[in-house]
Design a protein around this ligand. Structure first.
Ligand code: MN
Length: 395
């Protein structure tokens, strides 16, 4: 578990002006409030909110958000009151802790109860301040990381399904792809254990058989661009198991038929170099028709920018390549949070930012005729940038 001084140190590294005392006070308050409560893992309960705060330091979030993360379960699970929180930590932290608590309450209701009206409340609680959503997503990510400690399989599956249906799409919607991928991987492992097992096993076999193919292709790309004066940071990886599974089920194909399981990322200095790099790559290897997407000139609604293409590399391997600048890359990894950090220099001005797409959803909710229609709209708006495949029943 993160120690008090480690957490403060992490925050001060990216924000020297952070209110150290606020974080320390929250740490002590949370530890005392949770007392001897235990997690399913056997760890003391207070380790959970501290880890959630730790996850948020990766996003370089401001001191109030870190304090909110540390306190996020105190109203729901301890005798602490909203008045106490407000008195000790100020109105902003109190409001955000209240927001996260509201989300947890809605979550605790049964699936049938959780109809349109609740979804509306859910979205409203988040729309006041996007930091509430970021804390909630980090909370869910940590709960997913420790999901295997929960003894009841039914409960594990319910949490995994909820993560797949609600939280992973939300993470994607705000552009937090690292969160999304980790949530999907963990949920997939729980929901389709056999498929997960067989895909990861095959990926491992490929790794052994192909030697360091990824490293070879990556250094080839670096060399090609370098020869033309473009300094690029090239990384390669296999796609994550859930995205492979989704492709297999969408296209009704087997793992062997799936040709592009390797993806490469080319990070260059600026936008102009993105297009030059693309040109050089297409000149060198034939592109796969229909796979080129220019999210630089037309960004996704969540602000994501990148050039995507697939080419047929030597040895008849299809590879996917994403090309982006450093600024685009930071935003793609951590979404809005990084975007603000870049723009503001610090993450301190995040507060009070209204998230327009959530507002849009609430608007739709207010003007629809029936609860069913509301839900339908909501899901569609939420998932509109992606093809969303519900996990098929195992056959
Ligand atoms: Mn929690």
């Amino acid at each position: 578990m993160l120690r008090q001084y480690e957490l403060v140190e992490r925050v001060r590294r990216y924000d020297p002006d952070a209110n150290e005392e606020l974080i320390n006070r929250a740490y002590v308050f949370s530890m005392q409030a949770h007392g001897s409560q235990k997690r399913a893992s056997g760890d003391p309960y207070y380790s959970h909110p501290i880890e959630v705060a730790g996850i948020l330091t990766d996003l370089r979030l401001d001191d109030e958000t870190i304090a909110t993360a540390i306190l996020h379960d105190t109203i729901e699970d301890t005798v602490a009151t909203p008045e106490q929180i407000e008195k000790l930590f100020g109105p902003n932290v109190a409001r955000m802790v209240d927001g996260v608590t509201k989300l947890s309450k809605i979550e605790a209701q049964s699936e049938n109860e959780r109809a349109a009206e609740n979804l509306r409340k859910f979205l409203l609680a988040m729309s006041d301040d996007i930091r509430v959503l970021l804390v909630k997503l980090a909370d869910r990510l940590h709960n997913m990381r420790t999901l295997h400690y929960i003894p009841s399989e039914a409960k594990r599956r319910r949490i995994a399904k909820e993560t797949m249906d609600i939280y992973a799409p939300l993470a994607e919607r705000v552009g937090m792809y690292e969160f999304m991928k980790e949530m999907q991987t963990l949920a997939f492992q729980q929901l389709e254990p056999e498929a997960y097992e067989s895909i990861t096993k095959r990926l491992d076999q490929l790794k052994e058989g192909g030697g360091d193919r990824i490293a070879r292709i990556a250094s080839g790309l670096t060399l090609l661009l370098g020869r033309h004066g473009i300094q690029a940071e090239v990384t390669g990886r296999e796609k994550h198991p859930y995205s492979i599974w989704r492709k297999m089920t969408e296209r009704h194909i087997s793992f062997e038929q799936l040709s592009d399981i390797m993806a490469f990322r080319v990070v260059v200095a600026d936008t102009e170099q993105c297009y030059r790099a693309l040109g050089l790559i297409h000149e060198r290897w034939p592109m796969v028709p229909g796979r080129f997407k220019d999210y630089v000139s037309t960004p996704k609604r969540n602000g994501y920018r990148s050039l995507h293409t697939s080419v047929i590399h030597n040895e008849k391997v299809r590879i996917e390549i994403q090309i982006r600048s450093e600024a685009m890359h930071a935003q793609a990894e951590y979404g809005y949070a990084a975007h603000w950090a870049y723009k503001q220099g610090t993450a301190a001005d995040v507060g009070g930012t209204k998230v327009s797409w959530i507002r849009d959803l609430v608007e739709i909710l207010d003007h629809a005729d029936s609860p069913e229609e509301l839900l339908e709209h909501t899901r569609m708006a939420m998932y509109q940038d992606r093809i969303f495949a519900f996990t098929p029943t195992a056959s």
